[in-house]
Design a protein around this ligand. Structure first.
Ligand code: 13P
Ligand code: SF4
Length: 351
């Protein structure tokens, strides 16, 4: 009870600061944020939509990003010089993004290039990555992509070069390759801890897609048994999952797409539909609340602890110290190269 009263008071203080700052403040919230945070934001969206918003906004002097670090960092790269981007908790990272760093990616790039020639490989980096990796792609003619435009990014990549090096999420990469009917034997996994990523020269030459050995711990928790169990319990249900799930889970689902795709899928389903969702649980709980005419259940309970680090208290603290604390900065040189890769992404509309 005390907890609810505190939350209400904090929310009121946040609203008062929002009103005082008016157009100077833009609060962006990712779909995985807690309901109370999303309710206080100016815009909620998937990684692509949030980047579009950050790139388009000219009015706000302060952008407060309620999401994880790589998202806020991308907003900073896309923002204008007079804008400051802050995140309520600098520790809100992403485990998957941490699975690739510039040293091991450059080593892999060098090895692949020595076998196939640099001009035949297009580097495409998932949004869930550090700015220096986006900059690496920008410098090498590549692009960033999100879960909503990965197929468009792959098509774009193949229009320029023979192969794609995709990092860090092997599952998004594989699911995208499957969607494009690329044979399994032409998609190899690159394990950065093994010589040649654990591949032979022959398999690297033959590969169309080289998939970094990274994954999301939140989405790889969904397993085939969960899908089968839910199908048995709710034979009439529709199952929709995020493309960070394994190909086995995606293969058994009725639909796959980004968090915004999932939101629209549930919203557009006819009343009384039962929908089982395979993604982060805060989004699913909110979808269930916001769609009371439908039965929305999770495929399995899976929470992203990093997204959960943003709360009312640290949002209020950030707003009380607007423009001062937890400011995201990216060195100018990295910014310029990363911006090229992000601009290429923004030109690739979601399907
Ligand atoms: P979306 O781009 O679909 O919002 O996904 C971001 C993410 O981190 C999923 O785990
Ligand atoms: Fe990263 Fe997975 Fe959390 Fe998304 S859900 S932010 S990929 S750890």
């Amino acid at each position: 009870m005390q907890h609810d009263t505190d939350d209400k008071e904090i929310a009121e203080q946040i609203l008062a600061i929002k009103e005082a700052l008016g157009e100077d403040l833009l609060i962006l919230t990712h779909h995985y944020q807690r309901k109370e945070i999303v309710d206080l934001g100016d815009y909620r969206g998937d990684s692509f939509g949030l980047s579009q918003k950050a790139a388009a906004d000219k009015a706000a002097r302060f952008i407060v990003f309620c999401g994880v670090h790589f998202m806020a960092e991308s907003a900073e790269i896309l923002s204008r010089p007079h804008q400051t981007v802050q995140i309520p908790d600098l520790e809100a990272g992403c485990w998957m993004a941490d699975m690739a760093d510039i040293y091991i990616v450059e080593k892999a790039w060098g090895e692949v290039a020595s076998i196939c020639g640099e001009e035949s490989v297009m580097p495409i980096v998932y949004m869930n990555s550090d700015a220096v990796l986006k900059a690496f792609c920008g410098r090498h003619g590549g692009a960033v992509c999100t879960s909503s435009n990965a197929p468009a990014a792959f098509r774009w990549g193949f229009s320029g070069r023979e192969k794609i090096l995709f990092f860090p999420d092997q599952h998004l990469g594989r699911n995208t390759g499957n969607q494009m009917a690329i044979p399994a034997e032409e998609m190899i996994v690159w394990n950065p801890h093994k010589p040649l990523g654990g591949n032979t020269q022959e398999s690297i030459k033959k590969a169309k897609v080289i998939l970094w050995d990274g994954y999301c711990l939140v989405h790889t928790r969904f397993r085939v048994e969960h899908v089968l169990r839910m199908r048995e319990r709710f034979p009439e249900a529709k199952i929709v999952v995020h493309p960070e799930c394994t190909q086995e889970v995606v293969g058994l689902a009725d639909a796959v797409g980004s968090t915004s795709f999932i939101v629209k899928y549930v919203a557009n389903a006819p009343p009384n539909t039962t929908i089982i969702v395979g993604t982060e649980v805060n989004l699913i709980d909110r979808l269930a609340m916001e769609n009371p005419d439908k039965n929305v259940f999770n495929l399995h309970h899976s929470l992203c602890p990093n997204m959960f680090k943003i709360n009312l208290k640290n949002l209020l603290w950030t707003l009380e110290n607007i423009g001062q604390v937890n400011v995201i900065t990216v060195p100018e040189e990295t910014k310029a190269d990363a911006r090229m890769a992000l601009d290429r992404m923004l030109a690739l509309a979601p399907l």
